[in-house]
Ligand binder design. Sequence first.
Ligand SMILES: [Zn+2]
Length: 175
Amino acid sequence: MGTKRARQLAGLLNLPVLPKSGPLLDASVTGPLDGYPIAVAWNQRQRQSTVTFLVRFKKGSLKVPPAELRERILSSPEILRAMDRTSISGSEKKALTVASDGILVYWDYAFRAPAPEAAASVLRILVTLIKDAATPVGSDCEVCGSAGAGELGMVGRALTSICAGCRERMATTGS
Ligand SMILES: [Zn+2]
């Protein structure tokens, strides 16, 4: 069921669905959105049904304190409208993470799973909020820094823009 919704969202965003090897350990819509690598999956966290949103930005490029970006997301009227909610639950607030290279947001639900269209709206608003606060990853390699050579892929469990040379080097060193 989560896979079907992920496929529909992938269609809306024109991005592929990665199978379980993706960054969210479930079938996830994965790709760049305006230069920001994203992943979205309908999955579970601590037995709670949820839609997980990962939005990556350039490591260390956050121009505002993490707490401020967190607050901007939690108090965004556009996000509440897209979720058709009046507030964000305490457990969702607690689970929202702002790291040095991206954010992780959960949209918990009980019975009716959020529609792909609504998830697309929430994702677009998250990317818009991040645009004001951090630099896109774009197509630079995040490992060696070479410009324009990166392609989005997995490095360990991390969604990373990486060039062919670095990918090869990592494959041969087995890391
Ligand atoms: Zn590289």
